[in-house]
Design a binder for this molecule. Structure first.
Ligand code: 5GP
Length: 240
């Protein structure tokens, strides 16, 4: 799917789409598929101090950093938020998010409840949060085992952490139970597209309506949406 921006959508206010879930609920597949299907949506790549799992690549899944490097990023104010999960630091680099928003894109985050709460607090008008639940707890265990990426001890820790994550479901704007990928994905897509057409994100609307009404009252020549000015860029919602 393409961006599908109309010529009159000259300015937009990007959204911050925060997605959380316990490990194994399908969040990564859902978020990555949404990004693949929408040119307008950029995935925020987090930094972490945890070791890469088999198959993970630097700058694709995460920026893998040492504790010293991560703490230097915190000290330099380079992170929009960070949290400790399972004894490791995880955080969102600020600069790529700001660049994406300035270019008129939306940004999606695969982060835990602590990070989602921090971003929602900093940018309440721009954050949209979605929590993904599994249909049954046994389902999570099965999915984590099927991945066979972690030792038994790490898997147990991830399941325990998952319980803590689920306890925060009520902080989110939307909750999806992922029993079936296609249905859960359709719900996530509906949320994204409905949020995109909220008036406050479409800052081109007042000018557009003004031109429509000028045409209606005969003040101007026929309204020509194709003749709208070229797209310019956006906004910077995230407070420091
Ligand atoms: P994993 O180690 O399984 O990739 O991720 C563990 C948890 O850390 C997941 O719940 C994931 O959503 C969360 N996480 C990943 N990146 C970030 C981040 O940048 N900030 C925060 N707060 N949590 C993150």
């Amino acid at each position: 799917m393409t961006d599908d921006l109309k010529p009159w959508e000259t300015t937009r206010r990007g959204m911050l789409l925060l997605v959380s879930s316990p490990a194994g609920a399908g969040k990564t597949s859902l978020t990555r598929t949404l990004v693949a299907d929408h040119d307008s949506l950029i995935l925020s790549i987090s930094a972490t101090t945890r070791d890469p799992r088999p198959g993970e690549e630097e700058a694709r899944e995460y920026y893998f950093r040492t504790r010293d490097e991560f703490e230097a990023m915190i000290a330099a104010g380079e992170l929009l938020e960070y949290a400790t999960v399972n004894g490791n630091y995880y955080g969102t680099p600020r600069e790529p998010v700001e660049t994406a928003l300035e270019a008129g894109h939306d940004v999606i985050f695969d982060i835990d409840w602590q990070g989602a709460a921090q971003i929602a607090d900093k940018a309440p008008d721009d954050a949209v949060s979605v929590f993904i639940l599994p249909p049954a707890w046994g389902d999570l265990e099965r999915r984590l085992r099927a991945r066979a990426q972690d030792s038994e001890a790490i898997m147990e820790a991830r399941l325990r952490l998952g319980q803590e994550e689920v306890q925060h479901w009520h902080l989110y704007d939307y909750v999806i139970v992922n029993q079936n990928f296609d249905r859960a994905y359709a719900d996530l897509g509906h949320i994204y597209r409905a949020e995109r057409i909220k008036p406050q994100r479409n800052t081109w609307l007042p000018g557009f309506v003004e031109r429509l009404l000028a045409e209606a009252s005969g003040e101007t020549s026929p309204h020509d949406p194709q003749g709208a000015p070229p797209r310019t860029t956006m906004m910077l919602p995230v407070q420091k």
